[in-house]
Design a protein around this ligand. Structure first.
Ligand code: FRU
Length: 765
């Protein structure tokens, strides 16, 4: 099964080990999440670094690479946890540089350096040089050398920092520092509490609903039946006083989470003022295991949670409201149902007795017992057994289930339980007893799926001559649908190619090129029945292209409709296809199957006929098949050269209305160096192409539609919006696509010529 246990909505490492979330902030239109990362070692042996993810909406995340490495003596044994402060034009970061001296030390009282290190960045990726702003000599005498995890805020011109620490007599505590600038942090006091363990990690200090909260992760607290059931804890004190804190002002320590997998949370404020918490959905030194370690990666972060305050001052955690935008209509569960992960399950009217099972994880509660239990009825817990909460009344239960995790929100988020679980299949059994239960599929719909040919274009060593005069051809992966995917992914979007390749080295070249561009190739199939398609091209003196296709048949043509599965289109934003694969062979029916599924799922269907007459003995068959597919698409992209063949008229006024057949809501007409126009029911709009000197137009049309679709998606425009999307917005997308294309035509080849978003910033086009 593809991507077994890979999460859909949660941040997880591309490979290797992940622990604490770090440096959470919103900057320059994006949410930034950094994390403790040990690449290459799924069990965390390699030295910690900071990996980096970004997202425009906290739902779909993009991995941006490692941003901080242990490369100075002050952090040589680990770039440990820390935080970020986002300013108007830069981000400042504070983290612990971990140093383990060589020698015979206990590493508690001696042998360990814990430096607070400062770096800054103007884009969230490229870091300034590092500066140690506190070292062991800057901590109070009563501290051991375990001091770490600076959480810094900047308020009214003052930096405030909390650090987690262990005293020399093995008590956990939090240290408070303040400074007018990052070089002048001064110690302001410390806070500890009785029976709260030997070390406090990952502190956080924030305000919520007019109150103050000190959160931290104590280690070494005695475990109890209903409290502190994990090995290490994570929770908070509410207080009304000011720093340094006084113990008298506190009530009980409240746990953030009662599940198996939760630790080291951090909070930050979203631009709309919401306080968001993200935790590590894992825990150090735990007794249970995660089977993904054998597959090359381990752990993930929790979904972002919105914090608010209950009437008694306790924190309520609610699933991020953005999740509502990816919820499919609900289905009632009466007794038993099957549902594909990820989904949300909601029980209201919990009455006296409730039992809800998601595959092997069962949640039960009864008023008589007054206990809510999460337990495993099979081995999907991989060593996880039971977690319990004392609960007199149950008013609501919301479960967010991803491919390998459950987050259970109880009584409006007053209690939360987070756990990993490892069901064998993505479709799981749900059983609900004693509550009114609904299940909602959660689908991100962020992937561009293209179906059709992927082939090797052979580029001649000489142009301006006859085909037979060419003495060498160099291979380049191509095929219009594959190019479109590559453009979309190079811009940072998710894309997936559906095709079939031969089990031959050329198939491998295509897969490799697409992988490098970030395209999901895991649904490409391979056959021995035919070879990968090849296309040799030459350019004669008069500029005519002569193609010689090796497709008699090729592997892609033999792709069967039965090979198209719902899985491939599950998260589909738009399905894109062209006409080269619509000949009289199985691939044509595979297109039909894909279009049907995409339409059913509410995805945009995008069609670029991309005429290749030399592949058709009979042009009328080509025209016929175009009109067979055209009414089922939402976006039609054609070039001015194709207009007459498809509509039978060269007059734009007459042709365009004809193209609004069936579901078509947006027609894009490309006109080479004259730019492009778009037509929707509201009218039309033109976009000029930047004046550049084109050196190679291979794959330019694909660059255009790939970047256009990416631009639409980045503005959140779905199928329902296409017909009434303001023309000014469509123009923005056209302008973007024209600029993208103009950069591509100044470079050679198709896929290699497509710029990334970052590259576009510095290029003319
Ligand atoms: C918490 C923690 C932090 C430390 C980091 C190292 O899980 O131990 O205290 O900074 O992990 O990865």
């Amino acid at each position: 099964m593809k991507g077994k246990w890979r999460q859909n909505l949660h941040i997880e490492p591309p490979e290797g080990w992940m622990n604490d979330p770090n440096g959470l902030c919103f900057f320059d239109g994006l949410y930034h999440v950094y994390f403790q990362y040990s690449p290459g070692t799924p069990c965390g042996e390699s030295t910690r670094r900071w990996g980096h993810y970004v997202s425009p909406n906290m739902l779909s995340w993009k991995y941006k690479g490692i941003v901080l490495e242990p490369d100075i003596p002050g952090d040589r044994d680990g770039v440990f946890s820390g935080s970020a402060v986002a300013f108007e034009d830069h981000i400042e970061y504070f983290y612990t540089g971990n140093v383990m001296e060589e020698g015979n030390f206990d590493y508690v009282l001696e042998g360990r350096g814990a430096n607070v290190i400062f770096v800054s960045s103007s884009d969230g990726s490229y870091m300034s040089s590092k500066k140690i702003i506190l070292d062991n000599s800057g901590y109070p005498d009563f501290c051991s050398c375990h001091v770490r995890d600076p959480k810094v805020t900047f308020e009214d011109g003052i930096y405030k920092m909390v650090l987690g620490a262990r005293t020399k007599d093995d008590k956990g505590c939090v240290l408070f520092y303040e400074g007018a600038d990052v070089d002048s942090f001064e110690y302001k006091g410390c806070f500890s509490a009785p029976d709260m363990g030997y070390m406090w990690e990952c502190p956080d200090l924030f305000e919520l609903g007019g109150r103050k909260y000190l959160a931290f992760c104590p280690q070494g607290v005695d475990q109890g039946d209903f409290k502190f059931q994990n090995l290490f804890q994570s929770g908070y004190f509410v207080f009304d006083g000011s720093v340094p804190l006084k113990l008298e002002e506190f009530e009980e320590f409240e746990e953030f989470d009662y599940g198996f997998d939760f630790y080291a949370p951090q909070t930050f404020t979203a631009p709309d003022g919401r306080r968001i918490l993200i935790g590590w959905m894992g825990i150090g030194d735990d007794a249970y295991s995660n089977p993904t370690a054998e597959l090359g990666w381990q752990h993930c972060l929790t979904l972002p949670r919105e914090l608010s305050v209950d009437s008694d001052g306790m924190i309520l955690q609610k699933p991020l409201r953005e999740l509502e935008t990816i919820k499919r209509p609900g289905k009632k569960v009466n007794g038993e149902a099957w549902e594909k992960l990820p989904f949300e399950l909601e029980c209201t009217d919990c009455s006296d007795k409730v039992s809800v099972a998601v595959s092997g994880a069962e949640i039960t509660w009864s008023r008589d017992e007054g206990v809510l239990s999460l337990h495993f009825t099979n081995n999907e817990g991989f060593g996880r057994t039971e977690r319990r909460i004392n609960l007199e009344s149950l008013t609501s239960l919301r479960i967010i289930a991803d491919a390998s995790s459950l987050e259970i929100y109880i009584n409006g988020g007053r209690y939360v339980m987070s756990t990993r679980f490892y069901p064998e299949y993505k479709q799981v059994r749900i059983a609900a007893d004693g509550a009114s239960t609904e299940v909602y599929a959660l689908r991100l719909n962020d992937t561009l799926v293209a179906i059709g040919e992927a082939l090797i274009d052979f580029i001649p060593d000489k142009t301006g001559c006859e085909f037979r005069e060419v003495t060498a051809f160099s291979p380049a992966a191509g095929g219009a649908p594959a190019n479109v995917c590559a453009a979309y992914s190079k811009l940072g979007g998710k894309s997936r190619m559906i095709t079939q390749l031969g089990q031959d080295p050329f198939g491998g070249v295509i897969t490799g090129t697409l992988n490098d561009a970030g395209v999901d190739t895991s649904y490409i199939s391979y056959t021995n029945a035919a070879n990968t398609a090849l296309a040799f091209v030459s350019l004669s003196k008069d500029g005519n292209r002569v193609f010689s296709f090796y497709r008699n048949p090729s592997a892609d043509m033999l792709f069967e409709p039965g090979d198209v599965t719902g899985d491939m289109l599950d998260d589909c934003y738009a399905l894109h296809f062209c006409s080269v694969s619509l000949g009289d062979f199985p691939m044509k029916d595979a297109h039909r199957a894909a279009v049907t599924i995409a339409r059913r799922q509410g995805a945009i269907v995008s069609f670029d006929p991309n005429l290749r007459f030399m592949l058709w003995d009979d042009r009328s068959a080509l025209k016929k098949v175009i009109w067979e597919f055209l009414p089922d698409c939402d976006i039609l992209k054609i070039s001015d050269e194709e207009l007459e063949f498809i509509t039978g008229t060269s007059s734009l006024e007459e042709a365009v209305p004809l193209l609004f057949a069936g579901s078509v809501k947006l027609v894009i007409l490309t006109k080479g160096k004259d730019g492009a126009s778009a037509f929707n029911p509201l009218g039309s709009v033109d976009s000029a192409v930047p004046a550049v000197k084109a050196t190679d137009t291979t794959g330019a049309g694909d660059a255009f539609i790939g970047s256009f679709l990416w631009s639409l998606r980045s503005r959140g425009i779905g199928r329902e919006d296409l017909g009434n999307c303001p023309l000014s917005v469509i123009k923005e997308c056209l302008d973007f696509a024209n600029r993208y294309c103009s950069i591509s035509v100044q470079r050679s080849g198709a896929i290699p010529s497509y710029p990334t978003l970052e590259e576009m910033k510095g290029l003319n086009g």
